[in-house]
Design a protein around this ligand. Structure first.
Ligand code: CTP
Length: 400
């Protein structure tokens, strides 16, 4: 993060508010100036004194505090920052934001601001999963609000699931990404990556040799150009990049669900090696050797995630990019695949074992679009990713 960035931090009323104290410390370590705002409910969880003490600044609490208006009006306060961060973002605050309500200082600032906003939701798992909450989330994303987390985990209320606020360092990474300058600033991009694991029984699964390195490199390159990246990854060998929102899945069906949950996006890059088939009825008990011979595995076809997004009639990403890993007739197969799946571009590569591409550090690709096929020289996967990210930035820039 560049030093002396100004962060307006709105602390909502949730048990996770204590983590926001840590967040203030970490932001200050990095030279940021934090102006804190505490909601009425937030005051039930952390004290104004501890917030202002840590921030080294006055904490703003009340819309009708005339002293504040004299020093700085709420409109000015809302625009005095490089980024507004809401952590924890409660269901109440998110509901107000999604519906344009402004009845206290925090919600008024959020309505009046013209700077980018990042929220770190925190709430009970049932509240998070409630259709009203998910509706609000779609609206907030469509309004350009960035979201970090929530994470899965055990919650203060004793339940388990999504709803835990992202950790301070994850919020910092999201802040870095939000403040990153670049041609994709303000753009939301989805990347799928890695293999999927399709269970046979609780201990066995069907997988493929994808390491996730190309998808990871693409996500990193897009974030480097300032995009907000949602990274949906199967169990990959390489760690996910910093500064992206990571959604971990195991199966193709989970990946399909996570992808549709992440929409709307400006562009989608589908680099995952999704298993085409799953075991139709995976056993919930370990299959044992018996005298009756081998188990018979029946397969069912997995949803085609790329095709389903490409064919959306409403809310389709402006640019949909697929990958085609082929071992024979690469160009013909990939050209046909682009038309069959309905995506805009296909990044085709030859993954025959002799090329060493699958699991290796280099890639040799052909970019296929409606304008034809463009062969790129063999280069390392990071370089392929940067070149692809540049092309995506150009395409989205041109569509403005
Ligand atoms: N893909 C997907 N969902 C699937 C299968 C594939 O999203 N169920 C995406 C991949 O992420 C990739 C593209 O589709 O971007 C092509 O994947 P590939 O495995 O090469 O294509 P297949 O659909 O398996 O076609 P084929 O069997 O002809 O190779």
């Amino acid at each position: 993060m560049p030093a002396s960035k100004r962060i307006l931090l709105i602390i909502g009323g949730g048990i996770a508010a204590y983590k926001s104290l840590e967040l203030i410390r970490r932001l200050q370590d990095r030279g940021a100036l934090v102006t804190p705002v505490l909601t009425r409910a937030g005051e039930e969880f952390v004290t104004p004194l501890s917030v202002s003490g840590l921030a080294g600044q006055k904490v703003y609490r009340d819309l009708f505090d005339l002293g504040d208006e004299a020093e700085m009006g709420h409109i000015q306060l809302s625009r005095s920052a490089d980024l507004v961060v809401v952590a924890p973002a409660t269901a109440d605050l998110m509901g107000k934001m999604a519906n344009g309500l402004a009845n206290d200082l925090a919600s008024t600032l959020l309505m009046a601001t013209d700077t980018p906003v990042l929220i770190a939701p925190a709430m009970n798992v049932r509240m998070w999963q409630h259709p009203a909450m998910q509706r609000n989330l779609v609206q907030l994303r469509a309004d350009g609000i960035r979201v970090v987390g929530p994470n899965d985990g055990s919650m203060a209320c004793g339940e388990f699931g999504p709803g835990r606020m992202a950790e301070p360092m994850e919020i910092i990474a999201a802040i870095d990404a939000a403040l990153a300058e670049g041609p994709l600033r303000g753009r939301r991009v989805l990347v799928t990556s890695g293999p999927t694991h399709e269970p046979i029984d609780p201990v066995r699964y069907i997988a493929n040799r994808s390491s996730g390195s190309q998808g990871t490199a693409v996500a990193r390159a897009l974030a480097g150009l300032g995009a907000e990246v949602v990274f949906v990854t199967g169990p990959a060998d390489v760690p996910p990049p910093e500064g992206v929102q990571v959604v971990r899945v195991q199966t193709a069906q989970q990946m399909a669900e996570a992808v549709h949950d992440a929409l709307p996006v400006d562009a989608g890059v589908f680099a995952a090696a999704v298993a085409d088939w799953r075991v139709a009825s995976a056993s919930d008990r370990k299959l044992k050797k018996t005298r009756d011979g081998m188990p018979k595995l029946e397969f069912a076809e997995n949803p085609d995630i790329l095709a389903s997004v490409s064919r959306m009639t409403r809310g389709r990403p402006g640019l949909v990019v697929g990958f085609a890993a082929e071992t024979d007739d690469v160009l013909d197969n990939a050209t046909a695949k682009r038309l069959r799946k309905g995506c805009d571009w296909i990044v085709a590569n030859d993954v025959s074992p002799a090329t060493g591409i699958m699991g290796g550090s280099e890639n040799a690709v052909v970019l296929i679009s409606d304008k034809g096929a463009e062969t790129w020289p063999r280069m390392d996967k990071d370089a392929v990713a940067r070149r692809l990210a540049d092309r995506i930035a150009q395409a989205l820039g041109a569509s403005n």
